[in-house]
Write a protein that binds this ligand. Structure first.
Ligand code: UDP
Ligand code: MG
Length: 317
């Protein structure tokens, strides 16, 4: 591989929400990886790690402050409250200096040594490098199955996602500047980044279990995130409603014709209760479902038109 770019000032961006149990270990790992990269001439001496405190309620910010006092390569950004993983990450990406930024979760699930491969791709000209999990053995069968179904569904709906890629990725300064132009409030970086364009590459790594502490993504948050990902990038559900409405109308019309023909051309008793009540309930349910989906998009428009700040930085150290 020919290096066409000089070693970049690398910034590692780590969103942290109540991560007091794992933060010191994470910092030690990331700083030692960074030191090695700098020693090898793969990253510039001005490279650093930035921890974004996403409104934690535990000792996370106290630990971040200690870390930055102890190590010149360790910095912190404190958000004014909890804005959620994606917004915290965005706050970091749009605030932190550096020629190349790598985002990684605070729980050490992603193999930090894969950063070396990311930098090699950057040197070779890639502006976006996706960290892709080689296997998901450390996840529960439920998480694996739901993830596989989700990627399939997203693709059907026309949402471009990179399979088995989460938020472990390298973005060049150029890519970050383009990202800054995406003004939406409903941030789903996995969907936005492939839309940035530029030359991209993939680096594979093994994903382990969380080093300490517990997942900040319970099932309901995961489901919300999944729905957000699709409704932020695709209008297909709205089109499906139209189609569904059309099909059901046709079926109802056929049923009505059948009921009418019995009434007109046969001597049998009054057509039963069932044929009246079943479509009634069915249509009622269907209408509710459809109104619900339309509502999802309406809610998005409501949120977007308010154009509230996506994050507020309280302090930078
Ligand atoms: N996170 C955050 N704000 C939140 C929730 C999570 O900044 O409101 C961070 C968290 O500290 C971690 C990353 O997002 O660095 C991913 O969270 P987690 O590892 O709990 O998710 P999982 O790997 O279980 O999907
Ligand atoms: Mg995790």
């Amino acid at each position: 591989m020919t290096s066409s770019r000089p070693a970049p000032a690398l910034s590692i961006v780590v969103p942290c929400y109540n991560e007091q149990d794992v933060l010191r270990a994470t910092a030690a790992t990331l700083l030692s990886v960074l030191d090695t990269l700098i020693a090898n001439g793969e990253a510039a001496a001005s490279s650093a790690v930035y921890f974004i405190d996403d409104g934690s309620r535990d000792r996370t910010w106290a630990i971040i402050s200690e870390l930055s006092a102890a190590n010149a390569r360790s910095h912190g950004i404190k958000l004014s409250r909890n804005y959620g993983h994606q917004n915290a990450l965005l706050a970091g990406l749009l605030t932190i200096p550096g020629d190349a930024l790598i985002s990684i979760d605070a729980d050490l699930q992603d193999d930090a040594t894969a950063m070396r491969g990311m930098l090699a791709e950057y040197a070779a000209g890639a502006d976006v490098v996706y960290g892709v999990r080689r296997q998901r053995q450390s996840d529960s069968w439920f998480k694996r199955l739901s993830a596989a179904m989700y990627y399939r569904l997203a693709r059907l709906m026309g949402v471009r996602l990179v399979f088995n890629h989460a938020d472990y990725r390298l973005l060049s300064r150029r890519a970050i500047e383009t990202l800054g132009q995406y003004q939406e409030r409903n941030v789903f970086l996995r969907g936005i980044v492939p839309q940035l364009g530029f030359e991209s590459a993939v680096v594979q790594y093994d994903r382990g279990p969380r080093a300490a502490g517990e997942s900040k993504y319970p099932l309901w948050k995961m489901l919300k995130f999944a729905a957000e990902g699709i409704t932020s990038f695709s209008a297909v559900p709205l089109k499906l409603i139209t189609l569904l409405g059309l099909l059901v109308s046709l079926a109802s019309f056929a049923t009505a014709m059948w009921a009418l023909s019995i009434r007109l051309f046969s001597r049998s008793a009054v057509p039963g209760w069932t044929s009246t009540v079943v479509p009634l309930y069915f249509l009622g349910g269907l209408q509710l479902l459809c109104v619900g989906i339309v509502g999802q998009y309406l809610a998005k428009i409501y949120i977007e038109t308010k154009a509230r700040p996506r994050y507020t930085i309280e302090k930078v150290i």
